[in-house]
Design a protein around this ligand. Sequence first.
Ligand SMILES: [Zn+2]
Length: 128
Amino acid sequence: MSSKKPTIGNTLQARCAKCRKITSHTIVAMIEELPTEVQCNVCKHPSVAKKLVVRRPVDPHKSEREEWATLRPGMDTSRATEYSMTAAYKKKALLNHPIFGLGLVQRVTGPQKMVVLFAEGEKIMRCH
Ligand SMILES: [Zn+2]
């Protein structure tokens, strides 16, 4: 398998409704980076790549990243402290995580848990 992104004219393995088995298909149409229409190389039967559409990984963090993008300009990075799981945090506190980078405390959810919004989405972090 190639890890390259598919493009029109590429072939991929998909189940053909006519052949009733997995055959190689040529991509004939795409939306963004997703093949939406393929043609069986064996019987030339065109099919809508519904399964491929369904299989598209949903991104649970998309809205969170958008929220981050909205909030980011208002963040005063000079107020950010180094993240420590033994420190206590309040809502809207800014922290610097060694891996995730700048984070904004969204809410403290439990005795030692908080939700922090990072550029890549929300994460549950330990805190005191
Ligand atoms: Zn076929």
